[in-house]
Ligand binder design. Structure first.
Ligand code: SPV
Ligand code: MG
Length: 555
C-alpha cells in the first residue's frame, strides 16, 4: 500500500498564518498537520509515501518520502495537483488532502475496505458544522449514498439531500488506480479548457469531479462510513477548534520592504487597498475570495483617509511624524507591503527625512505628487491645484533617491496634470522628466468620471517607455472612474491599482447607520446583526492569542 498526500495549495483562508508557511506545516498540538498523517501511515506499515508540493514547496521536507511539484498551483486545483504524482497511481494507494487530521482508526478502516474505489464519508458530518461560523455547511463536499455505494458527490449537493461528507481521503485498488489514470487522461484530452462535471474548467476540477465521472461510467465507488474522528483545517477558526498553534508569522522590516518589488517582478501587477489605522490594515490584509484566492497585494496609507480618520481635511497638515506613526501602526499588524501617500513630499529636506524613516520602518514605496506644498486633495472640483515646476520636482526625486539606504524602497512620481486641467502633452513630458531623474514608477491621477484620461496616458506612456528604454511600473487610482475593471486597467498597461479610500468611506457609512439606529430604537439590538461581534473583534486584533498565553502561564 502506498500513500499520496496533496499539499500544493495556498490555504488562503488561514490568512496571515499561511502567508509564508504551507498549510500542512501549521501545528496542531505542537506538530505539523502533515506529520500527524505521516505518523499514522507509518504506524500502519505504509512507508511508500509521496507528497505533492507547490506553494512554498522547499519548506516541506520529509526524508524517506517522494516529492512531486505542482508549479502551477495558483492556476489549477486539487485534481491537477494529485496527477503530478500520476506515476505513483499504479498500485493500491491511499490519497489524502494535507489539511485534515484523522484518527488512526479512520485510516485502518479505509485500508481494510474492499472494492476498487473506497471513499471515507462522515455520516455524522453535520455535527462538525455546529458553531463553525467561518466555514459554512454549504461548502462541505457532500455525498449521496445508496446501498453502500456513492451515487453523487461534490460541493454542489445540499445538506438536505446528502447522507454524509467526503472527508478528503480515499483509496484505489490496483485496478481502481488504473481506471483512475485512464479516465483522467481520457477526460483531460476531451475537456481541455472546457467545463468538466461541476468544475468551470478541467484544470480547476476537484477530486470529487473525477469520482463523479467514475460513478457516471458505472464504476463502483464505495462509501467507508465513519462517525466523526477527523477535522479539517480550513480557517483560523478550524485551527483553533483543533487545538492549533496560532502565532502570527514574523517578517523583518527588510523582508517586508522588498515585497512590493517582488510582487511586481513576479506577477507584474499589484492590487492595493487603503489603510488608515491598524484595524483597517487588518481587515484589508485578511480579505480573501476563497474560490479564486484573490487578495489585496499591498496597502496604501492614504493622506485623505488618514486625515479623515483624525477628523481633518486632506490639506497636508499632518506632520511627517504623525504620518510615520500611522505607517508604523499599519506595518505592525500586516505582512503586506505598504505604499505611502507622501503628498507633495514637502521641501527636499523634509522629503529626505520622511523617506529615510519610512524605509527603515519597512515600508516599500512612497508616492509624491507634483504639486506645490501645501496641496489640496485632488478630487475636490473647486480647490486650486497648483502644479510644481517639473524640473524642481525632478530635483526632489533625485534628492530622495540619493537619500535611500537600499534599492528596495521605491519612489513613485504622481502626475497631477489632469487634476490641474492640463493636457496629455504636459503629463507625458513630466513623466519623461521624472523617469530621467530616476524615479521607480509613475502614477497618473484623474478625477474624471470616465477612465479616458488615464487610458490615453497609458497608451502614450507605452510609447514613451519604448522611446526612452526606461520601463517603470504605472499606477492609477480609480476612485471617480470606478466602472472600469482592474483587469482592463492591467491590460492597458497599469501595474498598480489603488483603491484609495474605500474602507474609510464604508466605515463612515456603517457608523452613521449604527448611530442612527441606536437613537431611533433606544437600544442597540436592532443594529446588532450588522455589527462585527465582540468575539470576532477580539480575534481580529489577536486577543485570543493573548488569552491562550495567559492560560498557559497560569497553568
Ligand atoms: C489619497 O488617497 O489620499 C490620495 C488619492 O492621494 S486622492 O484622494 O484621489 O487624491
Ligand atoms: Mg493623498
Amino acid at each position: 500500500m502506498k500513500a499520496i498526500i496533496i499539499a500544493a495549495g495556498m490555504g488562503n483562508r488561514l490568512l496571515h498564518l499561511t502567508q509564508d508557511t504551507p498549510k500542512c506545516l501549521l501545528k496542531i498540538n505542537n506538530k505539523p498537520i502533515i506529520e500527524h498523517q505521516l505518523e499514522i501511515f507509518k504506524s500502519l506499515g505504509i512507508s511508500d509515501i509521496s507528497i505533492v508540493k507547490g506553494f512554498l514547496k522547499d519548506q516541506i521536507n520529509y526524508p524517506g518520502t517522494k516529492s512531486f511539484t505542482n508549479d502551477d498551483y495558483q492556476n489549477n486545483n486539487i485534481l491537477a495537483s494529485l496527477m503530478y504524482a500520476e506515476s505513483e497511481i499504479d498500485d493500491e494507494v491511499i490519497i489524502s488532502y494535507a489539511d485534515i487530521i484523522y484518527e488512526k482508526e479512520v485510516v485502518e478502516k479505509l485500508i481494510n475496505a474492499p472494492g476498487d474505489v473506497s471513499v471515507v464519508v462522515d455520516i455524522d458530518w453535520k455535527k462538525g458544522y455546529v458553531d463553525r461560523k467561518n466555514h459554512p455547511i454549504e461548502e462541505a463536499e457532500n455525498v449521496v449514498i445508496e446501498g453502500g455505494s456513492i451515487k453523487r458527490i461534490g460541493k454542489h449537493l445540499t445538506a438536505d439531500e446528502s447522507n454524509g461528507e467526503f472527508i478528503g481521503i480515499f483509496k484505489l485498488s490496483k485496478n481502481g488506480a488504473n481506471n483512475w489514470r485512464n479516465i483522467y487522461n481520457e477526460v483531460k484530452e476531451k475537456f481541455g479548457d472546457g467545463q468538466f462535471q461541476q468544475a468551470k474548467t478541467f484544470k480547476k476540477a476537484y477530486l470529487t469531479d473525477l469520482l463523479q465521472e467514475l460513478i457516471d461510467r458505472n464504476h463502483q465507488v464505495n462509501s467507508v462510513d465513519i462517525h466523526g474522528g477527523w477535522i479539517e483545517i480550513d480557517t483560523i477558526e478550524d485551527l483553533k477548534r483543533a487545538g492549533g498553534t496560532i502565532t502570527s508569522t514574523k517578517i523583518t522590516p527588510e523582508a517586508k520592504r522588498g515585497l512590493l518589488r517582488n510582487i511586481l517582478a513576479d506577477k507584474g501587477f499589484a492590487r492595493v487597498m487603503e489603510a488608515h489605522n491598524g484595524i483597517s490594515a487588518i481587515v484589508a490584509s485578511n480579505a480573501v475570495i476563497s474560490e479564486t484566492k484573490k487578495t489585496f497585494d499591498a496597502l496604501w496609507v492614504s493622506s485623505l483617509t488618514e486625515s479623515a480618520a483624525k477628523g481633518q481635511p486632506d490639506i497636508e497638515i499632518m506632520g511627517p511624524d504623525s504620518r510615520l506613526k500611522t505607517v508604523e501602526e499599519v506595518l505592525a499588524v500586516s505582512n503586506k507591503p505598504v505604499i505611502i501617500d507622501g503628498d507633495t513630499g514637502g521641501d527636499p529636506n523634509a522629503f529626505e527625512y520622511f523617506i529615510r524613516k519610512a524605509e527603515s520602518l519597512g515600508a516599500s514605496a512612497v508616492i509624491i505628487e507634483d504639486k506645490v506644498y501645501p496641496k489640496r486633495n485632488s478630487l475636490d472640483p473647486e480647490s486650486k491645484q497648483t502644479l510644481e515646476d517639473p524640473n524642481v520636482f525632478a530635483e526632489k526625486i533625485k534628492r530622495g533617491k540619493s537619500a535611500l539606504l537600499t534599492d528596495q524602497f521605491m519612489i513613485i512620481a504622481r502626475i497631477e496634470s489632469f487634476i490641474a486641467g492640463k493636457d496629455i502633452t504636459d503629463a507625458i513630458s513630466r513623466a519623461q522628466k521624472y523617469l530621467e531623474a530616476g524615479v521607480d514608477g509613475i502614477m497618473i491621477h484623474s478625477k474624471s468620471k470616465e477612465p479616458d484620461e488615464v487610458l490615453e496616458f497609458a497608451k502614450e506612456y507605452k510609447k514613451l517607455t519604448k522611446q526612452t528604454g526606461i520601463i517603470k511600473p504605472l499606477v492609477c487610482v480609480p476612485t471617480t472612474y470606478d466602472s472600469i475593471k482592474e483587469s482592463k486597467l492591467q491590460k492597458a498597461g497599469f501595474n498598480i491599482v489603488i483603491y484609495a479610500n474605500h474602507s474609510l468611506r464604508a466605515s463612515v457609512k456603517a457608523m452613521e447607520e449604527a448611530c442612527k439606529k441606536i437613537l431611533e430604537s433606544g437600544r442597540a439590538k436592532e443594529i446588532d446583526k450588522k455589527l462585527t461581534s465582540v468575539e470576532d473583534l477580539f480575534d481580529l486584533v489577536g486577543f485570543s492569542d493573548i488569552k491562550n498565553k495567559d492560560k498557559n502561564n497560569n497553568d
